[in-house]
Write a protein of this length. Sequence first.
Lengths: 385, 385
Amino acid sequence: MSVTAPQGFEAAGVAVGLKSTGKPDVAVVVNRGPLKVAAAVFTSNRAKANPILWSQQVMHDGTVEAIVLNSGGANCFTGPFGFQTTHQTAEKAAELLEVSAGDILVCSTGLIGTGDEVFRSKVLEGTERGIAELSAEGGEAASLAIMTTDSVPKTSVHDGDGWKIGGMAKGAGMLAPGLATMLVVLTTDAVLAVDEADAHLRSATRVSFDRLDSDGCMSTNDQVSLLVSGASGVTPDPDAFRRALIEVCTDLAVQLQSDAEGASHDITIEVRGAATEDDAVEVGRSVARNNLFKAAIFGNDPNWGRVLAAIGTTGAAFDPYDVDVWMNGVRVCTAGGPDRPREEVDLTPRATSVLIDLRVGAESATIFTNDLTHDYVHENSAYSS
Amino acid sequence: MSVTAPQGFEAAGVAVGLKSTGKPDVAVVVNRGPLKVAAAVFTSNRAKANPILWSQQVMHDGTVEAIVLNSGGANCFTGPFGFQTTHQTAEKAAELLEVSAGDILVCSTGLIGTGDEVFRSKVLEGTERGIAELSAEGGEAASLAIMTTDSVPKTSVHDGDGWKIGGMAKGAGMLAPGLATMLVVLTTDAVLAVDEADAHLRSATRVSFDRLDSDGCMSTNDQVSLLVSGASGVTPDPDAFRRALIEVCTDLAVQLQSDAEGASHDITIEVRGAATEDDAVEVGRSVARNNLFKAAIFGNDPNWGRVLAAIGTTGAAFDPYDVDVWMNGVRVCTAGGPDRPREEVDLTPRATSVLIDLRVGAESATIFTNDLTHDYVHENSAYSS
């Protein structure tokens, strides 16, 4: 059910030929209310795609009626023509839904530089057909239509106390040939004000999607949106809602990690004993972005020296000679020196855990990443255009 | 001739079994004077190997008599025992050369965590045998003894106006199984004071080795040393010497790039039109460290969208929609949009040039990197530990 699990939402997914495979490629999600509250977070890449530039404007008043999403083209670096395409998509949806174009979010994913007249006409056709096919059972079709190189659709639902949260996500991590990464739509029928929705979304993405760092490459098109219908009539306990949203976002983030192209290990890097949470994130991310560490995990080699060499490049507070490292539960490094023999670490399972104790404070953070494999290189070299 | 090309230097390379292949693995370079001036730069990784910790102390007075270098073990994260090994190596060399141990630099390269009693006894044996075999023709033997996975030795000589600069280097870029990267020894018979040697070395490494970023992974053992014998009796023109040292360092850096393991392209990323040199370096490095860009080059795909997505993550001054990009001389992107068709770019040659014009200033910088290949993943996963 994904995004249509909560009350007040309709969705659809249609195929208009943006994908050469003929699979569904345009999704529409509509909020039927009574509330039309929304929050969104966008890629922090300064090179932003046209749909990001458009959607940032839409979010200024916190009101969103619907989202149109397409795969098969990023509409990024396509100039004024590309921006007009996004604008026309919003206008088309607004006209058919009898709302304002300024309340329509647009998301695109696919190859950068793609956004010609053929692309425009197909996206407009998809918008029209998607809106014609809207239904309260359309969540699954929508989750299929936003897939690019994903092997499975990613959805999540949380059943709260009288309210629900639904979500769908695509791509991520090991990036697809065209830099098409993370698009996420979250829905809820809980009653939330704009400020509450925004605060909940930011606190949830900060510890879920922002902690997913599959290959260190930031997209131009990332967008996570939360649509609030209020159709349950229930005002949720703020803490319960926040925890539920974190749970749904983490569930989707882990689904993205598990489907990362080319990956053979899902690596969870937990950093403990940090002076600050920022330090913990910086240390975890430095390991997640170290190609030598990632290649070693691919080779089932518990090379803790590469972990220390990676964290040594950060500015976090710690003494390199007083750090402990565990791999899959085995303490391989104590106080910056060898502890248990490498042979005791079994890295054959896909799920891999690295625990780093900086031994200077009480803060922690967990980063999700993948290994660097032959398939990653293959996917990102052989199929590009 | 490498490091023994200038007057006043003797060197040797011997095999003591640190390498399982039986190839030479300990090198000694001695400065016979009359000057014993030296300068050195070290890895900025906070996780520093024992020989780095030792050599930093040695450099405090700018006087160096000799350098002992070993391959086959990094002596990093080996605790107090490992530091004592480095100390004993310096003591052994000092005793045999009848100088102070505080004037002996030590460099090690190999797997992190390697530095047991067998390692110590072999390094000490190598130090003794190396000093016994010192000769003014020993530069080549020394350059062979510092190789790890290098396929060829790297040496360079510059003939100045009455003085010479010699140099040898090992490793780099696509890192060897054990994080063994860059060791460089430079020699000159020019007459230089300590401050001059230090200033020249820093200005040369800043635009040569510091601009080599093969895979973004910083070693724990990097060291570049300049030994000054003054044996020519000639005080060089400062500008001429600086230019010559930059030339030698760049020559060695490019040799390291060309021999980077697993690489199929040597990529020169030139950033122009930057507001500051730091901006140019940051932009070039962001591209050099982007796995998607590096995989695309491996696939002979002129994917300029990945260049823009990479530079969009930097804080440098520029407008993402007013950037021009050339690949191998073809302008593929103008003002942040498509220009010439990708088909016009021939990426089959190993030498690859990427030119990025930020169009906001007059500063520039060049970064040297390599592509991300199957062989890189193989070298760094299959053979580790």
